[in-house]
Design a protein around this ligand. Structure first.
Ligand code: BGC
Length: 348
């Protein structure tokens, strides 16, 4: 079932809340403001349902709240050093919004746009499509870019996100979803006991402004080794340079791509398991190190320090300035297609 409700207007455009209910009766909510997820409700080991992502209850809170909770981030998720890159001999300058760098597509990136909402006819599961025309030079990026993000909520509690983008001029692209997860239920304590696996042998080493140095370092022997299940809190306070710079985990992992599942998060308390599958080369693991309780979300609960974690699938930061990284260039006339799946279940 798909339910669409008008909840307000922003810059003259209608903002909707869309509810997807699968055959198991589990609910996902989204809004076309930032093409964002606002709610994913799944049962725990006792069958008790709770929402496991950060979000807001009202239109006013969505508009005024944290811009990234559950949003689609683009045109370039993560950071671009000094907001500069060169394509075909032309140097482009982006809006700087993270100290000396540009982050998450700039302050008025795709997370803050009102997208068009379109019904989906060809899906056997509840689904919705959000579309955006990102104009040439928006936040400094070249090319008119057509963006489509389709969310499908299967009866098996898989949230499938399909991204499709094309441009009329050579540009760069790194699109992701920025959901913050807490498998206890959003707003219920921290995520330090969540056991994480990331199938990555190396990670992207960063400098003090979280820009890649170019080094891809083996995770073995470091606190970033999640090749076996490890509680988030186990090594997060270790005296290790990269952890100190990130104020915790705030790093891109280079996915090995040997298994269909790229990462898992398990909460031993609730029994909830989340598996992540992507065709993208990396995943940014961020442990909510900048959360401070000032953001009040669903049910008036504050989102405290390290009370949510993100696993943002995509490319590495600053790839437009690192020719050794997988390319994020999208050519004129080319279509970018990508899929990420978040699957929820109970670990037996
Ligand atoms: C970044 C963090 C940042 C957060 C919110 C994550 O993708 O890696 O450094 O604080 O987004 O912007």
């Amino acid at each position: 079932m798909v339910i669409k409700e008008l909840i307000g207007t922003n810059n003259g455009k209608e903002v909707y809340l869309v509810t997807l209910i699968n055959k198991a009766g589990n609910v996902v909510r989204l809004s076309n403001f930032g093409a964002r997820l606002t709610w994913i409700e799944v049962p725990d080991k006792n069958g008790i349902k709770d929402n496991v992502i950060f979000g807001y209850d009202t239109f006013d809170q969505i508009i005024k709240g944290d811009p990234y909770f559950g949003s689609v981030v683009g045109r370039y998720a993560n950071r671009i050093a000094k907001g500069k890159f060169t394509l075909e001999g032309v140097e482009y300058h982006l809006t700087l919004n993270d100290g000396v760098n540009s982050e998450h597509g700039g302050p008025f990136g795709w997370h803050s746009q009102v997208w068009e909402t379109a019904g989906v006819q060809d899906s056997k599961f509840p689904a919705i499509m959000f579309t955006l025309m990102s104009p040439d030079m928006q936040e400094g990026y070249p090319g008119n870019m057509d963006v489509k993000v389709r969310y499908t909520w299967t009866d098996n509690n898989e949230l499938i996100i399909d991204y499709t983008c094309s441009t009329d001029k050579m540009s760069v692209l790194n699109i992701t979803n920025h959901a913050y997860f807490n498998l206890h239920g959003a707003g219920n304590g921290d995520i330090l006991d969540h056991q994480v696996v990331i199938k990555a042998s190396t990670f992207v080493v960063v400098d003090s402004t979280l820009i890649p140095t170019g080094e891809l370092r083996p995770v073995t022997g470091t606190p970033l080794d999640f090749s076996k299940p490890r509680a988030v809190g186990e090594r997060i306070v270790e005296n290790y340079g990269q952890i100190i710079l990130g104020k915790g985990y705030d790093h891109t992992f280079v996915l090995d791509k040997k298994d269909p599942v790229d990462a898992t998060v398990y909460d031993p308390q609730s029994g909830r398991l989340m598996e992540i599958m992507t065709d993208q080369p990396g995943v940014q693991f961020y442990t909510g190190n900048f959360l401070d309780g000032s953001m009040i979300g669903h049910g008036n609960k504050p989102y405290n320090y390290r009370s949510g974690l993100c696993l943002e699938t995509g490319h590495y930061p600053d790839s437009p300035n690192h020719s050794e990284f997988p390319t994020t260039v999208l050519n004129r006339g080319e279509t970018f297609n990508s899929q990420t799946i978040y699957r929820f279940s109970i670990k037996k």
